[in-house]
Design a protein around this ligand. Structure first.
Ligand SMILES: Cc1cc2nc3c(=O)[nH]c(=O)nc-3n(C[C@H](O)[C@H](O)[C@H](O)COP(=O)(O)OP(=O)(O)OC[C@H]3O[C@@H](n4cnc5c(N)ncnc54)[C@H](O)[C@@H]3O)c2cc1C
Length: 393
């Protein structure tokens, strides 16, 4: 009988194993894939954005917004940075306080595996958990090969995103089996797709990027937006996808740092013969200008600005600052970095991550209804929730 069995050798599962074993617990980690930590290796474009210098509860989406505070304050970004430094891992700060490894994500995975080099930890790969049963003294866990028992069972299964990297719904099934409520899940940090005229535009502009403010009725993100042959990606699109509901519109401010109305009216006086596209072209690529012209001022394409009424200039400026479009969807779990929704945190202790319904059952990481913004927040949640649970398993 193990003290602790962990379902999943991903970010949170490995962190929990290392920390719980330091408290003398015997830990078995069961991983269905042939290798551990596949998502860590793929993360941050292969460089793993492992945390952020600025971590606050408002960087997370959760139906119970205060839930994350306790764990995040007990194991902070500084604690994880300390661990990274102890292991001599080189890292760099990028925009918005995001920390990335310099030599690759494998450094973070190797660090976790080194932390797991303790005699009381066993990690088994190709060991898919199939069933869990509550016993008088703990749990009986069945994999395709064997049946094992433990006192504490930790669900660190992650979410549904990227099935080829291990995404699975088993964590939600186990939670439901024990009477937990699950918030509906959907893909997060994921590119938008389009099926109308706008798709043809994004296809033609594929590879072009610009700094925009992307917003909807809930929030706004001022970051780069990338046109792809399927739709819109880049940090601003990924961030907004977390706050987007199917069927709703999003707004693009193509020039957030310029007052277009003012610029156009000044040009009307100073250079009345100039065309609108010449002015817009000074602020972005030619390809983007051509598409904006087709979308917004096609009938005035050859009209000098001096001949446009102030009212028409205001309309064009408003369109460039508040261009509204309706995505047909997102690329879904196939490319999503995270899964929104999941195990309702109202039935999980924010201090210990233990189920308030079933003693000895713990949920950590992404399986919970906690989703971070882009920028290292999801890993910081994986580390912090794992350390919180490790103190109590
Ligand atoms: C492409 C990509 C890039 C990302 N980049 C970043 C980044 O740079 N920064 C950041 O903060 N976040 C990033 N994320 C998100 C981050 O990877 C996750 O939020 C984090 O890994 C969640 O940790 P976890 O332990 O909950 O789940 P995971 O790390 O997903 O681990 C879950 C593990 O459980 C295993 N498992 C599932 N079902 C079973 C079963 N039945 N039996 C046994 N094992 C099972 C899986 O194989 C997997 O190994 C990225 C995600 C993706 C997909």
């Amino acid at each position: 009988m193990f003290d602790v069995i962990v379902l999943g050798a991903g970010a949170s599962g490995l962190m929990l194993a290392a920390q719980a074993a330091k408290r003398g617990r015997s830990v078995l980690v069961l991983e269905k894939a042939n290798k551990v930590g596949k998502k860590i290796l793929m993360s941050g474009g292969g460089k793993c954005n492992f945390t952020n210098l600025d971590v606050e509860h408002h960087h997370y989406l959760c139906h119970n917004p205060h839930f994350v505070k306790s764990a995040l304050s007990r194991y902070t970004q500084w604690d994880f940075i300390g661990l990274v430094c102890e292991h001599g891992i080189e890292y760099e700060e990028r925009k918005h306080g995001q920390l990335f490894t310099i030599n690759g994500s494998k450094d973070i995975l190797n660090m976790l595996l080194k932390e797991c080099e303790q005699p009381n930890i066993t990690i088994k790969t190709q060991a898919e958990v199939k069933a869990v049963k509550q016993m008088p003294q703990g749990f009986e866990i069945t994999t395709q090969q064997e049946t094992l028992t433990c006192t504490s069972f930790v669900v660190a299964s992650g979410g549904l995103s990227i099935p080829t990297l291990g995404g699975s719904g088993i964590g939600y099934d186990i939670a439901k089996q024990f009477g937990h409520h699950i918030f509906p899940t959907r893909a997060g940090l994921v590119p938008f797709t389009f099926s109308d005229q706008f798709k043809e535009i994004t296809t033609r502009l594929s590879g072009n990027a610009l700094n925009v403010t992307l917003s909807n009725q809930h929030t706004a993100f001022n970051e780069a937006m990338l046109f792809t042959h399927r739709g819109l990606s880049g940090p601003s699109a990924l961030q907004l996808s977390n706050y987007w509901q199917a069927g709703t519109a999003i707004n693009i401010n193509f020039f957030p740092s310029t007052d277009i109305n003012l610029v156009l009216k000044q040009k009307k006086v100073q250079q009345p013969k100039v065309l609108l596209r010449t002015i817009v072209n000074e602020m972005t690529t030619k390809a983007i200008t051509v598409e904006l012209q087709n979308l917004i001022w096609q009938s005035e394409a050859e009209t000098p600005i001096g001949q446009l009424s102030d009212q028409r200039i205001e309309q064009i400026a408003t369109q460039l600052h508040e261009f509204s479009i309706k995505p047909s969807g997102t690329e879904g779990y196939r490319t999503a970095e995270v899964t929104l929704g999941g195990v309702d945190t109202k039935e999980v202790s924010s201090k210990t991550m233990e189920s308030t319904r079933v003693k000895g059952l713990f949920f950590i990481g992404e399986v919970l209804d906690v989703t971070g913004h882009l920028g290292g927040y999801n890993f910081q949640w994986a580390w912090a929730s794992a350390v919180a649970a490790a103190e109590y398993v």
